[in-house]
Design a protein. Structure first.
Length: 131
């Protein structure tokens, strides 16, 4: 609470926690999810916009969630990981990955073995206000 008081005193900023019902992209394992399980090898991630080959190799699903949460189309739609996959994954993305619209992105994830849905969930947010 002292930090909040200092933020307000020096910067006129207030911070509060708030739960908001948000439209989310829910990722669950589909029937063919095992086809993305890693075959081992070196762990690597390359999803740079300038890269011709974009991929995740031998990394946890959390890396995919981070990539999706940073996709331009999903910037305002939280991605919720309900896969319960502990194994590492190998996943290739098309070269135009960052140009895909929401519908194409969902189709790609389904093709890769995920069950994807859009649902509303209560998500905790940190709200920062400038007074």
């Amino acid at each position: 609470i002292f930090m909040q008081q200092d933020l307000f005193r020096y910067f006129r900023i207030s911070v509060a926690q708030k739960v908001i019902s948000s439209r989310c992209l829910i990722l669950r394992p589909g029937n063919k999810i095992n086809k993305i399980f890693s075959h081992g090898g070196r762990s690597a991630l390359d999803v740079e916009a300038s890269s011709v080959r974009k991929y995740i190799a031998n990394l946890p699903v959390s890396h995919l969630i981070n990539v999706l949460n940073n996709h331009p189309v999903l910037k305002s739609i939280p991605v919720v990981n309900e896969t319960n996959i502990e194994a590492h994954i190998d996943l290739d993305f098309p070269s135009n990955f960052f140009e895909l619209n929401e519908e194409a992105l969902i189709a790609l994830l389904k093709k890769r073995g995920f069950d994807v849905s859009i649902q509303y969930r209560d998500i905790p947010y940190t709200i920062i206000n400038e007074e």
